[in-house]
Design a protein around this ligand. Structure first.
Ligand SMILES: [Zn+2]
Length: 377
């Protein structure tokens, strides 16, 4: 007999919810949550299904669990050892798209809530779920919109655990207590197109840009701090040229991205880049796209409770890290909420043959339940 966490994870994996589709995952979760007394509010925006569900006293201390039902595309299905939407257990590992990111976590949360409510039907505070179907793709109509709605009516959310797969080797070995910011620059350096044999009649933007790009790459933006590694800038794309070897191009396009710490903000980054470009006397246009500001949840009630919940059920001492890509935690933190991420091992996420340890999912569910007990019992 399979355990309830694995059973529910399998039911979720069977629904091929490629972002931003939900394919009935949320309905399945909602049925379970309604059965144990959750108030449910669907908040659908555009192509995205979201819900906010809660149980307990609306005006009291609130612990929310957050996550997404959508998954990334499978890649070539024939390369999978078993079909990506037909969950299979082999050697203690549950295989399927979304097993680790993050349908396993969703199942662990729901089962943890069921067990917690059975033991503490009149728990203090409020237990909540914030679930979206648009985390992996555009993240436009998902958590960010739900958070806007909750903020507009001044809903209280003190603590939030996001079930993203944070762990490296063993479940609980890494808790993310913040994330770096991410900002992208789309830079166009303007020159004058011409014949390569007549360079005096042209102005080569590639030649003009090289020293500036060299300086951009060599710059130390900050040294990071206790919680964040140093800010990193990476060039993601460079394009120029007409395809012909006898034409000096009229324009050079460069795209670069910063993953930045709390030592910097987006305004400072823009100012420093633009000062650098001015110093090199370039003619340019630049467009910025801020995809997320950094956030940090320092040691405090939530971090302490998460760490002690992990230590209660495992022999692991979790590391607090802020590395990795952005997550929906960045939106939730805007409410002034303490936010951490704790989920299963992320070694296979987004890959062919994504999988998660069934024992880890059961452990994760116990850790989640322990967190509910610590903050709400
Ligand atoms: Zn995810």
């Amino acid at each position: 007999m399979t355990c309830p966490v694995i059973e529910l994870a399998q039911q979720l994996i069977r629904r091929p919810s490629i972002s931003p589709n939900d394919e009935g995952c949320q309905a399945l979760m909602l049925k379970r949550l309604e059965a144990i007394g959750f108030h449910v509010e669907q908040m659908n925006f555009g192509d995205t299904l979201n819900f906010w569900a809660w149980r307990g006293d609306k005006n009291s201390q609130t612990l929310a669990f957050a996550g997404h039902t959508d998954v990334v595309p499978t890649g070539s299905e024939t390369q999978w050892s078993s079909p990506p939407f037909a969950p299979k257990i082999r050697d203690g590992m549950l295989y399927g798209r979304g097993a680790a990111d993050m349908k396993g976590s969703l199942a662990a949360m729901v089962i943890a809530a069921e067990r917690f409510v059975a033991e503490h039907p009149n728990h203090k505070g409020r237990l909540a779920f914030l679930i979206t179907s648009d985390e992996e793709a555009s993240a436009v109509n998902g958590t960010v919109k739900v958070v806007e709605t909750l903020m507009a009516r001044q809903e209280r959310v003190d603590y939030c655990l996001v079930g993203e797969p944070s762990s490296t080797d063993r479940v609980g070995d890494v808790v993310k207590n913040g994330r770096r910011g991410s900002i992208t620059a789309n830079l166009r350096i303007h020159g004058t197109q011409g014949h390569v044999a007549y360079p005096h009649l042209a102005d080569n933007p590639v030649h003009r840009a090289l020293p500036a790009l060299q300086e951009l790459v060599a710059t130390e933006w900050d040294k990071g701090n206790e919680f964040f590694p140093a800010t990193s800038m990476q060039i993601a794309n460079i394009q120029a040229g007409t395809g012909s070897n006898n034409v000096i191009p009229g324009e050079l396009f460069v795209q670069f991205n910063f993953r930045y710490s709390t030592e910097l903000d987006d305004v400072q980054i823009k100012q420093r880049v633009q000062a650098l470009l001015e110093r090199h006397e370039l003619r340019y246009t630049i467009e910025w796209n801020l995809s997320g500001r950094p956030f940090l949840t320092p040691k405090g009630e939530l971090v302490d409770a998460v760490v002690s919940s992990i230590q209660h059920h495992t022999a692991v001492t979790p590391q607090l890290l802020t590395t990795g890509g952005t997550s929906d935690g960045r939106f939730i933190a805007l409410m002034g909420t303490q936010v951490v991420e704790l989920g299963p091992v992320n070694a296979t996420i987004h890959k062919i043959d994504e999988c998660v340890s069934t024992a880890d999912l059961q452990l994760l569910s116990q850790i989640y339940q322990r967190l509910m007990e610590q903050l709400l019992a």
